[in-house]
Ligand binder design. Structure first.
Ligand SMILES: [Zn+2]
Length: 133
């Protein structure tokens, strides 16, 4: 991927994961440019389909674009950082990310955003004054 495109994605995201909002500055593993709609599903390598993702979110998301809802067990599309508004879908309760919508709750589970070690890291960062909003 061309460096100008990677730079655009990083800057637009403020160097934070666009799913879990972790700042790159506090993760050793470089964040990755994620195809929101994976190439294998026809997603283009263009700004409107790319987002910045931490290693964890990107690893658990893989090429998935949908998952079974924990609420209804229906297939629901994952949260799309390019077409959906983060604060409308998610909210923080301390270091625990809550989904306001079925889409968000399904995304949180698939991407394992509330795994104990991830909550522990966010708790420590919040105690240091880091803001995840
Ligand atoms: Zn993340």
């Amino acid at each position: 991927m061309e460096s100008a495109l990677v730079r655009l994605v990083r800057e637009r995201a403020g160097d934070r994961c666009e799913y879990c909002r972790m700042p790159q500055a506090f993760e050793r593993t470089p964040f990755q440019v994620d195809h929101v709609i994976a190439r294998k599903h026809g997603g283009p390598t263009s700004p409107g389909n790319l987002c910045l993702s931490c290693f964890y979110c990107n690893s658990f998301k893989g090429s998935d674009i949908a998952t079974l809802s924990p609420d209804s067990r229906r297939l629901v599309a994952l949260y799309n950082p390019r077409t959906q508004n983060w604060p409308r879908h998610f909210r923080w309760r301390g270091a625990h990310l809550q989904g306001r919508t079925e889409t968000a709750r399904a995304t949180i589970i698939l991407l394992r955003i509330n795994e104990p070690l991830r909550i522990e890291l966010r708790s420590a960062l919040i105690a240091e004054g880091i803001d995840f909003d």
